[in-house]
Design a protein around this ligand. Structure first.
Ligand SMILES: [Zn+2]
Length: 247
């Protein structure tokens, strides 16, 4: 809680990423959350891990130790043998209680337009999991506009465009995607305040949420929303209500 608002950070990571060599522990994340007043975080594995089961278990452990602070998300390489992918996703939902599935196009290489990718969206839908997709770096598959296709094909599926296209260059695509698809949501990390204001001109606040990505970015990413002095109901949606309804 900060300034009277509950806060749900919808983009954080726990674990070790092979690609960048970073380790983020649950304790480190909790310290950053406590320092700012974040109530709850969606904890996602880093996209490239040595052992996806161990990565999910580490997050499940954090959720179990702090059920009031963490919600877990699955992140799995889509080209694992299909039964391995589906079994682990099922385990994440049914045994670990996870509430979202992350897609990381720059490391996963999944083209959302190809029919061979349908299984990914159908698996999320089957488990009633929103998909958080990283957008921005990693184009072409990280282009926000490409997610219009699965969003239209699966109208019950909820797709969150992480980083909202990653900044000014692809911001417009993310706005168009969310405008034409009521099941596309936007997570506002990486945007500058004037970009957030532009998003708000087109996309209702009940489809917007905040994310920090990394502990050292938390204060900056979350403070920018407070400093915009938005209407209280808009601020409440972005910090809490949209995420609570999704996850
Ligand atoms: Zn991230």
């Amino acid at each position: 809680m900060r300034d009277g608002y509950q806060i749900f950070d919808t983009h954080t990571h726990i674990g070790y990423g092979l690609h960048h060599g970073r380790r983020t522990t649950a304790d480190e994340l909790l310290r950053a959350m406590d320092a700012f007043g974040v109530d709850r975080s969606l904890a996602i594995p880093y996209p490239v891990v040595a052992d996806h089961r161990a990565a999910h278990d580490e997050i499940a452990q954090a959720c179990k130790a702090h059920p009031d602070r963490f919600t877990g998300a699955a992140c799995l390489y889509p080209y694992l043998p299909r039964d391995v992918f589906l079994d682990e996703l099922k385990r994440c939902v049914e045994e670990l209680g996870f509430r979202a599935l992350k897609l990381q196009p720059q490391y996963h290489g999944l083209n959302p337009l190809w029919p061979t990718s349908d299984f990914f969206f159908e698996a999320a839908l089957q488990h009633k999991l929103p998909i958080v997709v990283h957008t921005g770096s990693g184009i072409p598959y990280a282009l926000p506009s490409l997610y219009i296709m699965p969003a239209r094909k699966y109208p019950e599926l909820k797709i969150i465009l992480g980083h909202c296209g990653g900044g000014g260059m692809l911001l417009g695509e993310a706005i168009v995607a969310a405008t034409v698809c009521p099941n596309i949501y936007i997570e506002l990390s990486s945007l500058m305040p004037h970009n957030v204001a532009e998003v708000l001109q087109h996309v209702p606040s009940n489809r917007l949420m905040i994310g920090s990505d990394l502990p050292e970015s938390l204060t900056t990413e979350l403070s920018k929303i407070f400093l915009m002095n938005l209407a209280p109901e808009v601020t409440r949606d972005i910090f809490w209500q949209t995420a609570v309804e999704l996850f």
